[in-house]
Ligand binder design. Structure first.
Ligand SMILES: [Zn+2]
Ligand SMILES: [Zn+2]
Length: 564
């Protein structure tokens, strides 16, 4: 296994004479989320997926997308963006990409509908040129011939990509799992993948999310049966919390509603959006939707109500949290009702989810989750046996694990080696991976990083760091009344936020700080009292005072107000 290296950043971007395929992860390597890959051959580049990640929500950051520096450097070679499926970590950054690049987008129907919906809220600089991909219809972009294959995952229309290039064939699995008895009509494309393996696949890039998890992800059919049983047995109202994009799961709940003669109530904007799009695309044709409008939930006999709610991650404004706080106009739960969390916790969200769970339990509402009832959820990502099966079908010459932290990628590369694939590589975001018949290697590095978005505006790293510091340390301000002509300090005022309780003590500390700063300023020789110097000394001395007094230094701002 070749490990990611710290090779110096190089500008291997003009590959017109390069007969190797170059693959660069701008996101999605060394992390789960923010997937975005550039695949180049000669002077043509294809972008695969363009996703976001979520963190720093407490700092007011809505989403984070990859830096596009590398794409800017090779912009004249970009021929198109191909989307594997409609999850946010694969499509969420498209509006930001289109602010910079005029790129045609090829996406499976469900993802296409979601992207179109998103563009009603965003105004990108470049127009949306969006084409639906069909699994039986290959298409060409630049020198690439793309074939999309249907795979199983937790959103409709998930696809793997077969990317034919003059230098050889790449297979990119997208996010996948293998179900042998799927609820839906789509069978996993084993035959086609085996055929591709027989013909020879140069490089396989495969989903590593569950490379630590033994066996298989489990199938949706078993979740349907378990939910059905739990809903049947539950005495009062039942609320099932799911990811809105998990349409198969919502269909199962819908069918359970019909079987148990309950009325279905959809709670939360994201659930209603996904169900609407799914219906428009004909995905509910065989499932009668006995949906009642939200405001009828309260009138219903408890035993005849089943609700689907968004907010599985404990998001405070989502339907589930609002139900937990009993702050939902459509519905109120009571002791004896049941809440089923048919989802997994995204790492980092555990505390918020526990809070929601506790709020229900304190009110006598039963909460069923996968820790106590493993059957209420299955992952949408392949576990080790499925990853192994895929490797056995494709039998690539080289293997590049994607969609995982370093640990996940390394474990997946080890699995490939166990399956007899000698050439594997654990790369990181920004590595320029070159591949041909002769080998797989890192031939350079390019700049990568994260762009934080707050209300659709990009914030630079400094602002994010400042917000972090403000949250952690608080802030203090020193204002100096300054006689400009005489270069004299006429008064000093200090105030602070976020580290002193209000009251006398706060005022006392502020006065002490003012005295301290004043004394420091008084020591300045007459020739040193120009405004700039006064500001620097005030800033430094307030930091010094607070550091000595409290053992920490909040963010300090010094303002000099002249009398001109
Ligand atoms: Zn996905
Ligand atoms: Zn994903």
């Amino acid at each position: 296994m070749i490990r990611a290296s710290d090779e110096p950043v190089s500008n291997v971007v003009d590959g017109s004479d390069d007969r190797r395929i170059r693959v660069v992860g701008l996101g999605g390597m060394n992390e789960i989320g923010m997937n975005c890959f550039a695949v180049s051959y000669g002077s043509d580049t294809l972008i695969v997926d363009c996703g976001v990640t979520f963190s720093h929500r407490d700092l007011g950051i809505d989403v984070i997308h990859p830096r596009f520096d590398y794409l800017e450097a090779i912009s004249s070679t970009i021929r198109g963006l191909v989307i594997t499926h409609g999850h946010e970590d694969h499509i969420g950054a498209i509006p930001y990409l289109l602010r910079k690049f005029d790129v045609p987008i090829f996406a499976p129907p469900y993802a296409k509908a979601l992207i179109e919906e998103r563009f009603e809220q965003h105004e990108p600089f470049h127009p949306l040129r969006l084409v639906a991909t069909q699994t039986e219809t290959p298409f060409e972009i630049g020198c690439f011939r793309i074939e999309t294959l249907p795979v199983h995952h937790s959103v409709p229309d998930a696809t793997a990509l077969v990317i034919g290039t003059p230098g050889g064939t790449l297979v990119h699995t997208g996010d996948f799992k293998i179900e042998h008895d799927p609820i839906g009509s789509v069978a996993f494309p084993e035959e086609r993948l085996r055929e591709l393996g027989d013909e020879g696949v140069l490089l396989l890039m495969s989903d590593s999310t569950n490379s630590d998890v033994a066996s298989v992800a489990g199938n949706e059919r078993s979740v349907r049966d378990e939910l059905d049983r739990l809903i049947q047995e539950a005495p009062g109202r039942v609320v099932v919390a799911v990811f809105g994009s998990n349409i198969e799961r919502i269909r199962s709940i819908t069918q359970a509603a019909t079987r148990t003669k309950r009325h279905l109530c959809l709670l939360g904007r994201s659930i209603r959006k996904h169900v609407r799009i799914a219906r428009e695309l004909g995905l509910f044709l065989d499932t009668p939707l006995n949906v009642i409008s939200g405001d009828r939930g309260r009138e219903m006999d408890p035993a005849s109500l089943l609700a689907v709610a968004s907010g599985t991650q404990g998001e405070p404004m989502a339907a589930l949290s609002r139900l937990a706080r009993d702050d939902m106009p459509e519905l109120s739960l009571e002791a004896g009702d049941t809440v089923i969390l048919s989802s997994r916790e995204i790492p980092g969200n555990e505390l918020a989810i526990f809070e929601v769970q506790n709020a229900f339990e304190q009110r006598g509402i039963r909460v069923i989750h996968r820790r106590s009832h493993p059957g209420v959820h299955v992952s949408g990502h392949a576990c080790r046996d499925e990853q192994g099966a895929l490797l056995d079908l494709v039998r690539p010459m080289h293997f590049l694990p994607i969609h995982g932290t370093f640990h996940h990628l390394r474990r997946h590369a080890e699995l490939a080696e166990e399956r007899g694939i000698a050439s594997t590589l654990v790369a990181q975001n920004g590595d320029i991976v070159a591949v041909d018949q002769a080998g797989l290697s890192i031939c350079g590095r390019t700049r990568t990083g994260r762009v934080h978005i707050d209300h659709q505006q990009a914030l630079d790293e400094n602002i994010v760091r400042e917000r972090e510091l403000l949250g952690r340390l608080g802030a203090a301000t020193v204002a100096i009344a300054y006689g400009t002509d005489s270069q004299t300090v006429r008064g000093v005022r200090v105030s602070s936020r976020g580290f002193l309780s209000q009251g006398e003590n706060q005022d006392d500390v502020h006065r002490e700080a003012e005295d301290f700063v004043s004394r420091k300023l008084a020591r300045l020789a007459p020739g040193e009292r120009e405004a700039e110097r006064v500001q620097t000394v005030a800033h430094k001395s307030l930091r010094q005072f607070l550091g000595t007094r409290f053992g920490r230094k909040p963010l300090v701002t010094a303002i000099v107000i002249g009398d001109e």
